[in-house]
Design a protein around this ligand. Sequence first.
Ligand SMILES: Cc1ncc(COP(=O)(O)O)c(C=O)c1O
Length: 383
Amino acid sequence: MKKIRLLTPGPTPVPERLSLRMAQPIVHHRSPEFEQVFARVREGLQWLFQTKQDVVQFAASGTGAMEAALVNFLRKGDTAVVVDGGKFGERWAKLAKSYGVSGVTLKVEWGNPVDPAAVERALKEYPGAKAVFVQANESSTGVAHPVQKLAQVTQKTGAILVVDAISALGAFDLPFDAWGIDVMVSACHKALGLPPGVAFLAANEKAWKLNETADLPRFYFDLKRERDNQRKNQTAWTPAIALVEGLDESLQMFREEGLEATFARHERLARGARAGMQALGLQLYSKAPSAAMTTVLAPDGIDSEKLVKHLFKQYGIKLVGGQDAAKGKIFRIAHLGYFDDFDVLIVVGAIERGLSDLGARIQLGSGLSAAQKAMAQASGAAA
Ligand SMILES: Cc1ncc(COP(=O)(O)O)c(C=O)c1O
């Protein structure tokens, strides 16, 4: 039996091609060979972020880039608006608090996207607010917040829009320059399909202006020092060399598929997963489902934690359940990164079986049939 099929919102499955590339003998990071790779990766990240700005890399998990996005632009005592519609929104608030930034938290009911008008009102109420922090895909709920509309709001103010695209970059369109996003962070262990260890951050002129006066303590995550080094294809500290090699390969795979086709694939998989779950009589949890993942309410009488455990133990399918108030109520299917239509059929099929094993009244095959049709339709084939 296959040991594990990973459908979690990070880490995600690693394509064989990336594993093979990373298994090559390690090179030194201060060598012409590595500089060439690093230069290609810098350019590739700009292409993926759809920006002319520098995309600075850190050897860190995603939270490292979130921390960098706070400490490099704000001052102690500053006010920032934080969209909190899940665990990762909550993380922005905790980060702000730990650095003495006064977070005005906009609580959004879990499963819902933030209303841009609420952000506009908050910025009117706190005209000195320096930043708005939000997730592109709130991984705890599967909600896609309306980033483009939020950028339209912040552009009229002095506040920068800081977007956590950790589980969104490469899954759906977030054109950094065209939408006027000010700061965006992401990481390599989501759509890019690598093991964790590299995080990225892009900032525009409005954000760099704030960087000139930012006074929060920082050392490892000093963005300006890294940017100046990275412009010379150097890093201030030892980079995650093998992962940067993998990143080079991953970005090459993205280029081969093409950005639009990559986004279309994620959208198709999302449609398949949603249709499959709905055909089983299940309700989607997210009111604004992102293309990166599908979050689902477990049927009455079934504890989603039990289902998640059963699917792993019995079938090697690794999903995640809900957190906090959603614990026991929802399960989350990520189709983020190295996935195709048939991976979605596997997970829909496993969920049918799992629910049936746990006593739910499920018509085996009904979810599969709906998922097949939805994906065939989305790919333009006859359904
Ligand atoms: C939206 C989002 N933000 C932040 C993080 C935190 O990233 P990490 O666990 O890599 O520090 C994650 C990880 O799952 C995420 O999905």
